[in-house]
Design a protein around this ligand. Structure first.
Ligand SMILES: Cc1cc2nc3c(=O)[nH]c(=O)nc-3n(C[C@H](O)[C@H](O)[C@H](O)COP(=O)(O)OP(=O)(O)OC[C@H]3O[C@@H](n4cnc5c(N)ncnc54)[C@H](O)[C@@H]3O)c2cc1C
Length: 124
């Protein structure tokens, strides 16, 4: 582990998960059960700042980067062997704008984890 990694752990709101950590296998799993890839690091992004820190970390070390949102992509490119995986699932808030009759969701939100919207609210 490099000397910079503890500071990444401290700075990332959602936490950082490595091989051997308790939730590593859970967090690297995607919908397509045939995909069995082992990222070097899973950055649990709770904010855009965490995303930026994860990108900087990968760039500084010359590591590949992958982005995981819902994890439903059939090819499983959300997780790559030896990469820094930006796990966006902690960014799952929904914002409702009653004035416009619309709501928007952060990238980690899945349809399955969303309650049906009121009939008057647009839903993509
Ligand atoms: C049961 C099932 C039903 C589906 N039905 C439909 C359907 O009806 N219509 C439809 O259109 N699709 C469907 N899909 C496909 C799926 O919804 C799409 O692939 C969707 O885009 C996945 O979104 P996600 O957030 O889960 O992506 P994730 O799996 O989380 O992947 C993240 C995305 O980011 C990309 N990415 C990763 N790293 C990088 C990087 N470094 N730079 C840039 N990009 C990167 C990945 O390639 C991937 O596209 C279905 C999939 C499943 C499993």
């Amino acid at each position: 582990m490099s000397s910079a990694e503890p500071s990444l752990d401290r700075l990332v709101g959602g936490g950082v998960v490595r091989p051997g950590d308790q939730h590593y296998d859970e967090y690297r799993r995607v919908f397509n059960g045939m995909i069995d890839r082992r990222p070097a690091l899973i950055v649990r992004c709770a904010s855009p700042s965490d995303v930026a820190r994860g990108i900087a970390h990968a760039r500084e070390r010359g590591l590949p980067l992958s982005v995981r949102a819902g994890g439903h992509g059939v090819t499983g490119d959300a997780v790559l062997d030896g990469a820094v995986c930006l796990d966006l699932r902690p960014m799952n808030a929904i914002t409702v704008d009653p004035g416009r009759g619309a709501r928007s969701s952060r990238p980690g939100r899945t349809g399955a984890s969303s309650t049906p919207p009121p009939r008057s609210t647009a839903w993509p």
